[in-house]
Design a protein around this ligand. Structure first.
Ligand SMILES: [Zn+2]
Length: 471
């Protein structure tokens, strides 16, 4: 039914461009075809992910195809060259009939459930290299007899698996206790379901007073699990490396900068993705729809914001900017600081970690017609980030303006911090991989991705220091 409607619409060419309003009122309250709740946990047996090379298509054809795929499946990534889409079996069967003849489609994931199982895998304690197929939901393996983790080393088993939110929170609490002179936690707001939104701020006790702040956020999109995992790894690595090498890069970064990490900006969505629907992307707020919940946080920021009316869309931006308490709290922190520490000056840098695609992008997302005045510097620093990742043996990351690198939307976080927050060094990153596993990165790639982030963001901080701060 959905396919028929979409095909008809394709034939009529009656589509808005993806950045604008939804196109078909009949689809407005349809449940996305790939969501099929069973016993409270979605399964994806036989679901496929296809990559369509659409580089030969005109903009109009791409726009039309994008709209069809959005209404029939779940778009994972779109760049000027390719679009990746997740399709349930009954829609996958129709795919060849949806593809224009100048585009080529390749199946990149034959059975999504197999990858979902892999992403939930957990090392078996005491059996090096052995992974159980599914991790415990609430009690993952720990290093210490009291059920905690040994945070003095990056070798802790915490980084061996994608952890549930409760474990991430406990690990971060442990970090605060272990590094009391350097790290503190502050609650910057609450999610729509009432979970605390926590920021973790690191700075050396003997560091520079009023050091410029670097803000790193992750988890806006719930299913992008490697974002929060890498953000936590990055924070942990800064602290451990500061301890181990008082003259090293981490020590310098934490002397010259205050580094604030908000690893799980969408805690409700993260829990929902873990416990009910692995592909969940938005927050969990009631948006008044008959069927669908949730605002896509990264379309809800208050710069070039556009309301949408398609509550079931994965990119549903809500009816007003900062309708989501999560984006409102984060923007308030960026602009105003906290009640205890009102902001005296804007953060110097902002990085929003997503997956996947291996991209490091500067504003703007909302349009390619507006070029940031700092584009040349942003590009140069971005190239430095990619180079730093390559130098430590990491994979290739591409850098460029967000609107040209991948399909992005209005109401983007980095657009807001750059344009409204006047955060000069604003970026959004798509971490590993390039599509082999997509959002279902297996746990053995958490550390390598975390190491990419450590290398890349340390290089960015040093670049800013060298160009703007050092006399
Ligand atoms: Zn994302």
């Amino acid at each position: 039914m959905l396919v028929t409607t979409a095909l008809l619409a394709l034939a009529m060419g009656a589509f808005a461009i993806p950045h604008q309003q939804p196109f078909d009122p009949d689809l407005a309250n349809a449940i996305p075809a790939y969501i099929q709740e069973t016993d409270g946990v979605d399964r994806y047996d036989g679901h496929e992910v296809w990559r369509i090379n659409w580089s030969n298509l005109s903009v109009a054809s791409r726009t039309a195809l994008h709209s069809v795929l959005e209404s029939t499946g779940d778009i994972w990534k779109a760049t000027p060259d390719v679009i990746d889409v997740h399709l349930p079996p009954r829609v996958a069967a129709f795919l060849p009939s949806l593809i224009p003849k100048d585009a080529q489609a390749t199946k990149i994931v034959p059975d999504l459930q197999a990858l979902v199982n892999l992403s939930l895998a957990h090392p078996v304690p005491g059996l090096a290299g052995a992974y159980a197929t599914r991790s415990p939901l609430t009690n993952p393996p720990t290093d210490l007899p009291d059920g905690g983790w040994n945070v003095s080393t990056l070798g802790t088993v915490f980084h061996d698996a994608f952890q549930p939110l409760s474990a991430m929170d406990r690990f971060l609490d442990t970090l605060v206790k272990a590094f009391p002179a350097t790290l503190r936690a502050v609650e910057i707001g609450q999610s729509s379901e009432g979970r605390p939104l926590r920021a973790y701020t690191a700075h050396r006790a003997d560091g520079k007073e009023d050091a410029p702040e670097v803000v790193i956020i992750s988890g806006q999109h719930a299913r992008e699990w490697v974002g929060p995992a890498s953000a936590i790894y990055f924070l942990h690595a800064l602290l451990v490396n500061l301890n181990d090498d008082p003259n090293g890069t981490a020590a310098k970064v934490l002397r010259e900068f205050t580094v604030t990490v908000v690893p799980t900006l969408n805690p409700d969505g993260i829990v929902y993705s873990r416990e009910h629907s692995r592909m969940w992307r938005k927050n969990r707020q009631d948006v008044g729809g008959l069927v669908c919940k949730g605002v896509d946080l990264n379309t809800n920021w208050g710069y070039e914001y556009r309301p949408s009316r398609l509550a079931c869309s994965e990119s549903y931006s809500g009816q007003r900017p900062f309708e989501a308490p999560e984006t409102a709290a984060m923007a308030n922190y960026i602009v105003n600081g906290t009640a205890d520490a009102p902001r005296k000056r804007m953060p110097r840098a902002f990085i929003d970690l997503h997956s996947y695609g291996q991209l490091f992008m500067f504003p703007y997302s909302f349009s390619c017609n507006v070029f940031p005045p700092d584009a040349e510097n942003l590009m140069e620093a971005g190239i430095g980030v990619a180079k730093a990742i390559r130098m430590i043996g990491g994979p290739g990351y591409q850098t460029g303006q967000a609107c040209q690198s991948t399909l992005r939307f209005s109401g983007d976080a980095a657009d807001y911090t750059y344009a409204v927050g006047q955060v000069r060094w604003s970026y959004s990153a798509e971490l590993r991989d390039t599509g082999t596993y997509g959002f279902m990165l297996p746990p053995f790639l958490i550390r390598p991705t975390g190491i990419d982030v450590v290398a890349g963001l340390s290089a960015l901080a040093l670049f800013i220091y060298n160009t703007e701060i050092e006399p």
